[in-house]
Ligand binder design. Structure first.
Ligand code: HEC
Length: 207
């Protein structure tokens, strides 16, 4: 009898243990977010809302490692992001490549110590080769040297380059490239300058 009571108690404990430790995916995400919010401090322009994920980011967190994102989920996310791209109202995509080169070189902006009134940089070189002259560049992204020379100087390619810089994830869900227009890092004029760096025949990218 004692033994049976013992087993019942043990079984009861196991059941209670399961009930109290089971947490759904959503609960886990909420707990992780709450924990991060208590451990980060707001400072200057770096506010805690930076930890809030949009639909794209949530899905990218959910599908990672061995849990591959189903193709149709990725395609739907890309379509949604494409619909949010704001192309220039005047229909032109190219600014000044020299200014674009300065923006691509600059890693300033968006940090707590930066003055939000100043323009942000894009730090393209942190991930891409762009010109022959610059020897220090990252390789997370593909080399963009000779981008337009190889891909064509067409209006369609200009529009693609604009959209890609505006919102990289519209063409490649969960890309690690920042969404420069979508996230308010670069202005329309700055994106045009960076697109000119990629697309202008006079740009060192195409020399
Ligand atoms: C944090 C890294 C990172 C930064 C910063 C970054 N990129 Fe990228 N970029 C990538 C990665 C990774 C890819 C490849 C995956 C993809 O297509 O999104 C890519 C792809 C691209 C492509 C598409 C290339 C193709 O063959 O179609 C273009 C164009 C591009 N980047 C331009 C830029 C420009 C211009 C900047 C600066 C304004 C920039 N990137 C900043 C990581 C980055």
């Amino acid at each position: 009898m004692k033994k049976i009571i013992g087993s019942v108690v043990v079984l009861g404990l196991i059941a209670a243990g399961c009930a109290s430790t089971y947490v759904s995916e959503e609960q886990r995400e909420a707990q992780a977010l709450a924990m991060m919010k208590t451990s980060f401090k707001e400072n200057g322009q770096a506010k805690l809302d930076r930890l809030d994920q949009d639909d794209m980011q949530k899905m990218c967190s959910r599908y990672h490692g061995d849990t591959k994102m189903p193709k149709e989920v990725g395609e739907k996310l890309e379509k949604d992001q494409q619909a949010q791209i704001k192309y220039p109202a005047d229909g032109t995509y190219l600014g000044d490549w020299k200014s674009g080169e300065r923006i691509a070189q600059s890693g300033v902006g968006k940090q707590f110590s930066d003055n939000p009134a100043n323009p942000n940089g894009a730090n393209c070189y942190a991930c891409h080769q762009l010109t022959k002259a610059e020897l220090a560049y990252g390789t997370i992204g593909p080399s963009l040297y000779n981008f337009a020379k190889l891909r064509g100087y067409t209006p369609e390619m200009q529009k693609y380059a604009y959209g890609k810089v505006y919102n990289s994830q519209a063409f490649s869900a969960c890309s690690s490239m920042p969404r420069f227009g979508h996230s308010g890092i670069l202005t329309e004029a700055q994106i045009k300058d960076v697109v000119a760096l990629l697309m202008d025949p006079q740009s060192p990218v195409n020399k």
